[in-house]
Each structure stands twice: as C-alpha cells, then as structure tokens.
Design a protein around this ligand. Structure first.
Ligand SMILES: Nc1ncnc2c1ncn2[C@@H]1O[C@H](COP(=O)(O)OP(=O)(O)O)[C@@H](O)[C@H]1O
Ligand SMILES: N[C@@H](CCOP(=O)(O)O)C(=O)O
Length: 344
C-alpha cells in the first residue's frame, strides 16, 4: 500500500438520454475532486466541502468510503488509516450521477493506492465492481470511461471465481446489490464535438431509489419496440460525422423520445415534465437526466446552447456542459477514461 495522497476527479454523468434506460450514459465536464491518503495509524477522517457538506455522513457510511472499502477488499486488504477530502460540485439527488461519481472515485483511488492495483482490478473488473455497488451500470460506465457509453450486464460464466469480484456481502455491509453472476460491460463511443448538453437543475431532489420504485414490472410490447428504434437512432445522431447542425438537431429530437420511464415518473417531477414539453416544442432534444429531476437538452452549437439557457425557470441552476473525456476514446494517457487520477 502506498500512502498517497491520490487525487481523483470523477465527472457528472447523465443516464438514459431518453430511450436508453439503464444503458446509455454521457460523461459531463462537471467534476468533484477527491483526495485520499492512506495513514499508518488507525482511524478515518472525512472532510466534505461544497455539495453534500453538512448532509452526508462523515464516517464508514459515507458512500465514497464504502466504495474505498469495497475496492480495498477486492485488492486484498485495508490500510490502517484513511484521510478523505471531498470538494464536491455535482449536485446530489438530481439525476447527474453524484452517487456514481463517489463510487467510481472511491474505487479508482483504492486501486491507485494499492501496489499493483491495476493488475488485480483491471478496468473491466473496476467497472463491474462499480456496477455492483451502484446497482445499474449506465452512470458508472461513462464516469469511468468518458464520452458516450452503452452499458449492459450479462451472465458471467466465471461467476464468483473472477478476480476482483467480492464473494459475498461482508459484515460491514460493503454492498453487493447485483446478483453475483451478472457482469457489467460497456462500449465507449465519441459524440461529435459540436454536441454539448444544457443541464437545468431544479432546487428539489428526487432519490434514484424512489424514482425506480415508480416503474412498472411490465411495459407494452409496442413501447419496448418504440424505444429500441429510438435508441438506435440516438446513437447515430450523436456520433455520425458530416450531418448539418439542423439535420442532427432533428435526429436528436426524434432519437431522445422515450416511452419506458419518463411518463411513469412524471408525477414525481411535474415541473421537469413541463419544462421538457416546452423545450421539445421548440425543437430541443430534452429529456429527464437519469432518474431526474434535472432536465438535459442536447445541443449542436453555441446558438442552440444560448437559446436553450433562456428557458431556465427562475429558481433553477442552468449549466452548459461539454462531454467529458471527449476525443480520447481508445486513446492513451490519464484522460482516456473520464475519472482522472493524479498520483505524485
Ligand atoms: N460525493 C458524495 N459523497 C457522499 N455521498 C454521496 C456523494 N454523492 C452522492 N452521495 C449519496 O448519494 C445520494 C444521491 O444519490 P442518488 O439518489 O442516486 O442521486 P444522483 O442522481 O445524484 O446520483 C446522496 O443523497 C448521498 O447520500
Ligand atoms: N437508469 C437509472 C439512472 C439513474 O441515474 P441517477 O443519476 O438519477 O442516479 C434510472 O433511471 O433509474
């Protein structure tokens, strides 16, 4: 174990993007900053500045600490003591992936502090472990890989024998929500550089767990078929080169329609639903970011960004965000994934 400190900067992420429920995710250039140090003396110190300060627990229940512990468990051992400093900018409980950012930051920091960490917990194992903690892969995939990601889970023939996979939930509750044999995978794509996102963040929160509870067990076949087609269209609208801005905006608008989750959740976020209707009527590719209540509009250039910003309700925050890790898909270097770690 190295003492560090290690600094990790996980990005915000927007999941679903309309039709890609639990599959699509986009990394956004809005980052928390976390510094983690392994100490020789026992003890845990957690400091939080910015988002979540005075709100999140400062002990072993802290989400990032739980991820650190799960990471160290997978890597073979815990350090004697830990000091964690969080400077948070990603809003909590708004659908911008704050929990995924914390989980991915914790796991990445644990891996960076462990000698030979990347050999035991490679990028694929890290994604899988992050998904086990978060419970769905669509935020952790872009947080770790950057850009636009399509994530999925499938049965793992190696099951619990696979390196890095926790054998069972440990007594301290270090979280294993996914069934042991379902493994997470992700494909990373690069949206064209003109694409950015305008995030409209309301003052109220909606916990993802609560929003997931609003979804039905079954959906009509025609709705599933509708979403499958729109999801395929959205992938092309985000990544196909050579389209005019006008044509791309039209395809993004059609490609962000959804019938599988937003309608079922609308009653829990009526102001977001109303803003989406307004933006879509003006031609913007607007949808609920993750489980909400943030609204995201995909844009195709500065004029679209400026026009979209004008629709922000008075007491909401509005941010124009570029895609995090854009242009580095498959590339080498510290920003090839979206979580950036600096070790001295
Ligand atoms: N940086 C963080 N540090 C500690 N806990 C966090 C952090 N980010 C998120 N959380 C926990 O996750 C909760 C939000 O998760 P969730 O409901 O999934 O919303 P989000 O869409 O922001 O991910 C917070 O209320 C907090 O308990
Ligand atoms: N697919 C999930 C995404 C949740 O994202 P979050 O940022 O709100 O945690 C869902 O829609 O439940």
């Amino acid at each position: 174990m190295r003492p560090g400190p290690v600094t990790v900067r996980p990005p915000a992420t927007s999941a679903n993007l309309g039709p890609g429920f639990d599959a699509f995710g986009l990394a956004l250039e809005l980052r928390d900053e976390v510094v983690v140090e392994a100490l020789p003396e026992p003890g845990l110190t957690v400091e939080v500045f910015g988002e979540g300060a005075g709100d999140v627990p400062l002990d072993e229940r802290h989400l990032l600490v739980r991820a650190l512990r799960a990471g160290f468990d997978a890597l073979g051992g815990q350090p004697a003591g830990l000091r964690v400093t969080c400077r948070n900018r990603i809003p909590h409980g708004r659908g911008l992936g704050s929990s995924s950012a914390a989980i991915c930051a914790g796991l990445t920091a644990a891996r960076d502090l462990a000698d030979g960490g990347a050999l035991v917990l490679d990028d694929d194992a890290l994604l899988d472990l992050a998904n086990r903690i978060e419970g769905h892969p669509d935020n952790v995939a872009p947080a770790l890989r950057g850009g636009l990601t399509i994530a999925w889970t499938q049965q793992d023939p190696d099951g619990p024998r696979r390196a890095g996979a926790p054998q069972k939930p440990d007594p301290a509750g270090h979280t294993v929500r996914q069934p042991e044999h379902m493994r997470a995978f992700a494909l990373r794509l690069d949206p064209v550089p003109q694409v950015a996102a305008v995030a409209f963040v309301p003052p109220n929160r909606l916990a993802t767990e609560v929003a997931r509870g609003l979804l039905p067990d079954m959906v009509p076949h025609r709705d599933a078929a509708f979403n499958a087609g729109r999801a395929a269209l959205l992938t092309a609208a985000l990544t196909a080169p050579g389209l005019s801005a006008h044509h791309r905006a039209e395809l993004l608008h059609a490609g962000t329609r959804d019938r599988l989750h937003q309608g079922y959740r609308a009653a829990a976020m009526p102001d977001s639903a109303a803003l989406i209707r307004r933006l879509r009527a003006e031609g913007f590719a607007a949808f609920v970011s993750g489980a909400g209540p943030t609204v995201l509009a995909l844009t195709v250039g500065p004029e679209w960004e400026q026009k979209a910003v004008g629709y922000a309700p008075p007491d909401w925050d509005v941010m124009v965000l570029t895609v995090a890790g854009a242009g580095t898909a498959g590339g080498a270097g510290p920003v090839s994934g979206a979580v950036r770690a600096d070790t001295p």
